[in-house]
Design a protein. Structure first.
Length: 291
């Protein structure tokens, strides 16, 4: 049995589809089963509830061979590290007590991020908690999600501009969430690996935000430019849109770490995933833009 968290999320839903395509037994944890596709509701065992609930985890992990673990961001959290660590601690206890063989989790790319790097530090703390159990584990380490740009389709359409706090002169490591899911499903289904380790997942691109704007212009067949937003102003924008102080500060601290080169080492040495930024723009962003 393979247990998959966030089965309606941008990574988890692809993992579910890949594991079901291999005719393997799947159990999902989901708050609202109505958000699952009809095929998943028919073929997967559903445990309704939150994967932050220890009781739900004990029920879901019973008899499991492997678990795919994701803690999605909560933009209203009052304590960033506790958001990532508390649920992961409960998962760790359930995994150990129920004898789960292995866990594949989504963490983050980056070096020198153990402290003061916002969401990056919190994700890495959760990764270390899982590794500390001694259970076989692999932490997927992605950088900036290409899908983050989908939130800016209206700005790209209306203003011909996308906005980030990223240094316009520094390469921004990117990845498509489908590539994270593909690597995660591969590791989940492979029972031959052992020990604990991190697995960087990154696109084949080496693009600055200005380079990304050029790709967007080509794909969308209209001028698109990049505007760098000062980090304090970006934090204020998040607060205005309802983010908590803890979450907004976490994003600001993450942006500082990215601009200081947190991704650089793993970006240079990681084996690239298949999906390049131009391909993703053609297949994902352009249809959203034209909708």
């Amino acid at each position: 049995m393979f247990v998959i968290t966030t089965p309606t999320g941008q990574i988890g839903r692809h993992v579910v589809d890949r594991v079901l395509a291999r005719e393997q037994p799947v159990r999902v944890i989901v708050r609202d089963p109505g958000r699952l596709s009809p095929e998943v509701r028919e073929r997967a065992e559903v445990v309704q509830g939150s994967h932050t609930d220890p009781g739900v985890l004990m029920k879901a992990f019973a008899g499991a061979e492997a678990v795919f673990w994701v803690i999605p961001p909560d933009h209203r959290t009052v304590n960033l590290e506790r958001h990532y660590v508390d649920a992961t601690r409960s998962a760790s206890e359930a995994i150990v007590s129920l004898g789960v063989d292995r866990i594949v989790m989504v963490s983050t790319m980056g070096h020198g991020i153990e402290k003061n790097a916002g969401h990056l530090s919190a994700a890495r703390a959760a990764e270390e908690l899982i590794a500390g159990t001694g259970v076989k584990s692999r932490a997927l380490r992605p950088p900036f999600f290409m899908e983050n740009l989908l939130r800016q389709v209206d700005a790209i359409r209306g203003q011909g501009t996308f906005f980030l706090p990223s240094d316009r002169n520094r390469t921004l490591a990117l990845v498509a969430t489908r590539d994270i899911a593909a690597r995660g499903a591969e590791l989940l289904l492979d029972g031959t690996w052992s020990g604990q380790g991190g697995v960087p997942v990154v696109s084949p691109d080496s693009l600055t935000p200005d380079d990304m704007a050029e790709v967007l212009s080509d794909v969308l067949e209209r001028p698109v430019q990049y505007q760098q937003v000062p980090i304090d102003a970006y934090k204020s924008m998040m607060l205005e849109h309802g983010a908590s102080e803890a979450s907004a500060q976490g994003v600001a601290d993450m942006a500082v770490a990215q601009n200081e080169g947190a991704y650089d080492e793993e970006h240079r040495t990681a084996q690239p995933s298949p999906t390049g930024f131009s391909q993703w723009c053609e297949e994902v962003l352009r249809p959203a833009f034209l909708a």
